[in-house]
Design a binder for this molecule. Structure first.
Ligand code: NAP
Length: 310
């Protein structure tokens, strides 16, 4: 059966596109991917999504998005797309050997946490190294942890970790934070948060059996290294767009984000639209992702109308 709309991804962008496409009677099929609900499912309180003056938990918010899309007839499958072909129409999407054909595709695959690239980082992931304070913070009760990064994520996660850890040290490669002033101030005002300025992590020490025991830090001002004991290391150094599936199909910018037409979600393939963090390295907010998800569904609906499909 040929579909009118297939949506790849189920964060705020994908599920908002699903709400709009379903309400336009396009019966969207949503492939939710390996992290259904997207990045907000590994967040705690979302305080800046309009309409929730007391905040809402990330996973709960995404459940509400999904329910709303399903209420209007969106079909959501917990499946991971393994291949696409946008070179001929109808377009093709595969989930391993299951083949789907569709008139339009909305790409909303989001972005994933960046890592430093150290050997120990992957070896000790889940054994003292983490890229998600919300998921793993609980395991660090009364422990000393480091968090790498100087952006809003690092400040937010450091603040969150103080609910459990006895000491939280932010390791930042410069002497000035990138985070917004309000998030910086929250971190500066927290007596459990301390800073290693002008520092990067050269190595993480520990074993799979006993976890992390410490790190070697490099002082970027004089290139001197020093040892620092700790029980956990959290990475908060930004994100990489989830575009590996589209490398041969789509135009990507130098940071590998999908290129969309200015002021629209259209890509170089007619009928293929991209929304949310996969095409936005700048705003990267749930509400902006939801906004572009809405745009993508409207773009898809108008495209189908113009082509006489609906
Ligand atoms: P980000 O703003 O890109 O910050 C990444 C941080 O990691 C920077 O401080 C960067 O250092 C550092 N970094 C990057 N690569 C590194 C490396 N290889 N080694 C050491 N440090 C490295 O990413 P983010 O904090 O994830 O935030 C992304 C976007 O989401 C931002 O627009 C942010 O405002 C938004 N956000 C908002 C909230 C909120 O409002 N509640 C929460 C989280 C995120 P430099 O500063 O030296 O480049």
């Amino acid at each position: 059966m040929n579909r009118k709309v297939i949506i790849i991804g189920s964060g705020p962008a994908g599920l908002t596109a699903a709400v709009y496409a379903a309400r336009a009677n396009l019966k969207p099929l949503v492939f939710e991917g390996s992290q259904p609900g997207g990045q907000l499912t590994i967040t705690t309180d979302v305080e800046n999504y309009p309409g929730f003056p007391d905040g809402i938990m990330g996973p709960e918010l995404m459940d509400l998005f999904r329910k709303q899309a399903q209420r209007f007839g969106a079909e959501c499958h917990f499946k991971h797309v393994s291949k696409v072909d946008f070179n001929q129409r109808p377009y093709k999407v595969w989930v391993v050997d299951e083949e789907y054909s569709t008139d339009t595709v909305i790409i909303a695959t989001g972005a994933t946490a960046r890592l430093l690239g150290l050997e120990a980082e992957t070896r000790l992931m889940g054994r003292g190294v983490s890229a998600c304070a919300t998921c793993d913070g609980f395991f660090y009760k009364d422990k000393k942890v480091l968090i790498v990064g100087g952006g809003d994520s690092a400040m937010e996660e450091a603040t969150f970790l103080t609910k459990f850890a006895s000491e939280v040290w932010i390791v930042h490669r410069r002497d000035e934070l990138r985070a917004s002033k309000i998030m910086q101030q929250r971190a500066f005002d927290n007596p459990k948060i301390h800073f290693h300025w002008n520092s990067t992590i050269l190595e993480i020490h520990g074993t799979v059996e006993s976890g992390v025991s410490g790190v070697t830090l490099l002082d970027t001002t004089n290139n001197e290294s020093r040892e620092e004991a700790c029980d956990g290391v959290f990475m908060a150094i930004g994100h990489i767009p989830n575009t590996s599936l589209f490398e041969d199909e789509m135009e990507l910018d130098k940071k590998k984000y999908i290129v969309t037409e200015n002021g629209s979600t259209a890509t170089k393939h007619p009928g293929v639209f991209a929304c949310g963090d996969v095409q936005d390295s700048y705003y990267r907010q749930a509400v902006t992702a939801a906004g572009t998800g809405c745009m993508a569904a409207i773009d898809a609906e108008r495209f189908l109308e113009e082509e006489g499909h609906s």
